[in-house]
Ligand binder design. Structure first.
Ligand code: PTJ
Length: 258
């Protein structure tokens, strides 16, 4: 979605231009029936953490992005799950990742709506995606109560590694319990998803996804043993600890300011 399409005019020199443009994409996403109203609240929560993290990709996030790219590349059936927020924030990057990994995008929503699923499907296709799956009522993830339990028989149902950015905790737990590996992006390192996932990228999806696409592209020509070594040396517990320390340091510094 371009700035013209999103009906906003934000001065080039506005100090919060990127943040305001990102918001505008989401509000326009709501107008177009792609993003849920709840998606705006979820974004506001993310923004608060991003502000504290300095709105930049920290080292712990860069390491998680590298490991995530390696995990995608060693996966047999990776699948990229898309919701109403990620669809409007990074549609081209989702399409690019899907191409590099030869892995489908699958629409999977927390707030049930067939109409929104179809709009997201069409929106992704119009941004260059070639494989976009929709949930099927006959394929269900056991132990999940929410609408997210309905999945596609050729997609999430058969996946071994699944990408679930900006997620609620229940599905992440259910996917891990089912033996799958989960990669997430979540600005809140304390969330249930962040703490349950195999790899947690604590960064804003608008910065992290272009980097992930780059790393996946760069690592695609590496040997299996190089990718395995990258994964062996990655520790998601450290990522979460470092992210939490970074947040606490900012809050502490603010509290002790004169
Ligand atoms: O389109 P739907 O119906 O599937 O709904 C999607 C949302 C995002 C509304 C739904 O999954 C939801 O309610 O998510 P939660 O439980 O609010 O969790 C979203 C997480 O993503 C929170 O921990 C936020 O801090 C985080 N988050 C929000 N925006 C960003 C983000 N993380 C990275 N980048 C962001 N831009």
């Amino acid at each position: 979605m371009t700035e013209q399409e999103s009906h906003v005019e934000i001065p080039q020199n506005h100090p919060r231009r990127v943040s305001l443009l990102t918001r505008a994409k989401l509000t326009e996403g709501v107008r177009q029936g792609i993003t849920s109203l709840d998606g705006l609240l979820a974004h506001g929560r993310g923004e608060a953490f991003d502000y504290l993290l300095g709105e930049r990709t920290r080292d712990f996030a860069a390491r998680a992005i590298e490991a995530a790219a390696a995990l995608f590349l060693v996966a047999k059936r990776p699948v990229i799950s898309v919701n109403g927020n990620t669809a409007v924030l990074v549609p081209q990057e989702l399409a690019a990742l899907s191409e590099i990994l030869d892995s489908p995008l699958e629409v999977n929503l927390f707030h049930a709506s067939r109409e929104r699923e179809v709009r997201i499907h069409d929106h992704l296709l119009s941004h260059g995606a070639r494989q976009v799956l929709l949930p099927e009522r006959e394929f269900v993830l056991p132990s999940l109560q929410s609408n997210r339990r309905f999945v596609n028989g050729r997609g999430i149902y058969q996946s071994d590694v699944i990408f679930v950015p900006l997620e609620d905790g229940d599905r992440c737990e259910a996917l891990i319990q089912s033996g799958r590996k989960v990669i997430t992006i979540d600005l809140n390192p304390l969330s249930r998803t962040a703490r349950t996932a195999s790899i947690t990228i604590v960064d804003n999806i608008v910065r992290a996804l272009p980097l992930l696409v780059d790393r996946a592209q760069a690592l695609a020509s590496e040997s299996r043993s190089t990718l395995d070594n990258l994964l062996k040396s990655y520790d998601n517990g450290s990522t979460l600890r470092e992210a939490e320390i970074a947040l606490r340091e900012v809050v502490h510094a603010a509290g002790s300011a004169p």
